[in-house]
Design a protein around this ligand. Structure first.
Ligand SMILES: [Zn+2]
Ligand SMILES: [Zn+2]
Ligand SMILES: [Zn+2]
Length: 494
């Protein structure tokens, strides 16, 4: 009795249809495996299948990154920047108009300051919008760092403002300590470009006070709104921008205190308040600036922030462990990469499925994460203790470098051994290689004549395993399996 075994591959015509969808960049090749004929030539009754028609969509990846996530609060956050910008425009226009109508040069000077605020708020809004732009060819990792850059810019401005106020306050203080009252009056006219020391026009006290108090209320309100949003979003740019609003508010308060002080005759109040406020702004500027620099140099995310993410990963079914979890920030988005450990004998598609679940769960539970790169590791602890002893794995490194074995050679050895030693008894259907700790484990799927008894089949399998081990000494373990049911088709992507 002669058997002819045919490789399914050769009979399976594979068609790949590239379907490019508009919603993403992945190709979805559809494999149509037609006419999967597999049969024992002499046993027409055992025909497995004549017409298999399979459609398996496969996702191809760009750097294995799946971008399912969109910041939900992105539009709200942008609106906060717009609100800040609109307020600055309103304040600038209102001050310019009031100054023009009343003829108060101090209010007009204040309007000039508000115009510089408009510029800064525009920069903040622009960098936020730039950061939210989807990734493109030039910026494959997205534009998140634009936000960081904007935050650094505003932080530098805060530092300059703090310096300006301090300089002005010290100037006043030195003058007060050394000179006559006339000089004090003169020095307050030395306004710096963005010194935030708003002069108050004493010729129009009611109008000047109204404008100043209105400006303080608006700016302090903006500080709180922007700060809250910044903390919710984890955006350094927003926090820095919030502090810019507050810097404007508190410097106006200093101006008020200065006026109050001069009315009460306590001239030291103005420079002292100026120094306190300068210290506040300096601290905020240093903090936001330091955070931006950390972000720009890809500093590590604090371990306590990664703990909840690790817990999420470990809860996913099929995940046996995870390590090398690390993250970096780009504006309000978080980029993660992690190694997950899965069953070493699971198929590539199953392991990939576990990885996809991990990604999905992370995005669901941690919306601040915009991308996760997942590396799949086979679990090693599934060897029984006796096997571990045999392998001598104690000192073995996790990622062995010598796992690159010539797979084709082993396949040829197995085919040759079985066809020469057991020509009448079995035919090789499929060889599955497992590489664990640099050792090769083989699963050899064979088919046998239906007349073979199970006892005989087991005996032949045992002999075959021994022969393969003899012929291929680099193979650590062989398991011969009998194919009984319908085969899983093998695919060849063309
Ligand atoms: Zn994937
Ligand atoms: Zn300002
Ligand atoms: Zn690993």
């Amino acid at each position: 009795m002669g058997f002819r075994f045919r490789n399914i591959n050769s009979m399976c015509r594979t068609y790949i249809t590239r379907v490019s969808s508009q919603s993403n960049n992945y190709y979805h090749p559809i494999i149509q495996c037609q006419s999967l004929n597999f049969q024992f030539q002499n046993h027409p009754s055992s025909v497995c299948s004549n017409q298999h028609y399979l459609k398996i969509p496969i996702r191809w990846h760009l750097g294995h990154s799946h971008d399912h996530h969109q910041q939900l609060s992105g539009k709200d956050a942008e609106n906060i920047f717009r609100l800040g910008l609109a307020s600055d425009v309103g304040l600038a226009a209102g001050k310019a108009l009031t100054g023009y109508l009343s003829g108060s040069t101090a209010i007009i000077a204040d309007a000039a300051h508000s115009i510089s605020d408009v510029v800064l708020s525009s920069i903040a809004l622009w960098s936020y919008k730039a950061a939210k732009a989807p990734k493109d060819k030039e910026h494959p990792y997205g534009h998140g760092k634009f936000e960081t850059l904007g935050a650094l810019g505003i932080s530098s401005m805060l530092l300059a403002t703090a310096g300006g106020i301090a300089w002005h306050a010290l100037d006043l203080l030195l003058d007060l300590l050394s000179a006559s009252p006339e000089v004090v009056g003169q020095s307050s006219a030395n306004e710096h470009v963005h010194s935030h020391h708003h002069g108050i026009d004493m010729q129009h006290p009611t109008l000047a006070l109204t404008v100043t108090i209105l400006s303080i209320s608006v700016k302090e309100g903006l500080y709180w709104i922007t700060k809250r949003a910044g903390e919710r979003e984890g955006s350094g740019l927003m926090k820095a921008n919030a502090w810019h609003h507050r810097a404007d508010a508190v410097s106006s308060v200093v101006a008020l205190i200065g006026v109050g002080g001069s009315i009460l005759g306590v001239k030291f109040l103005d420079p002292l308040a100026g120094l306190v406020v300068s210290g506040m702004i300096l601290k905020a500027g240093l903090e936001t600036g330091y955070q931006s620099v950390l972000e720009l140099v890809d500093a590590a995310i604090p371990a306590e922030n990664l703990m909840p993410i690790r817990e999420t990963i470990l809860k996913v079914e099929g995940v046996k462990g995870c390590h090398r979890l690390r993250g970096r920030r780009a504006g309000s988005s978080l980029y993660l990469d992690v190694h997950i450990v899965v069953d070493p004998f699971s198929s590539v598609s199953a392991a990939h499925g576990v990885g996809e679940n991990v990604r999905h769960q992370i995005h669901k539970s941690h919306p601040e994460v915009s991308e996760v790169f997942i590396h799949i590791d086979p679990a090693y602890f599934q060897f029984s203790p006796s096997t571990m002893d045999q392998l001598g794995l104690e000192g073995c490194k996790e990622h062995s470098s010598n796992i690159c074995v010539d797979d084709l050679d082993i396949d040829a050895v197995v085919y040759n051994t079985l066809s020469t030693k057991f020509p009448e008894k079995m035919g090789v259907e499929r060889i599955t290689h497992h590489l664990l700790h640099g050792k090769i484990l083989l699963e050899v799927e064979v088919s046998m004549s239906p007349d073979t008894s199970i006892r005989d089949a087991m005996k032949v399998a045992e002999e075959a395993e021994k022969e393969i081990m003899k012929a291929a000494p680099n193979v650590f373990q062989v398991s011969v399996k009998l194919r009984l049911g319908r085969p899983i088709p093998e695919y060849q992507l063309q």
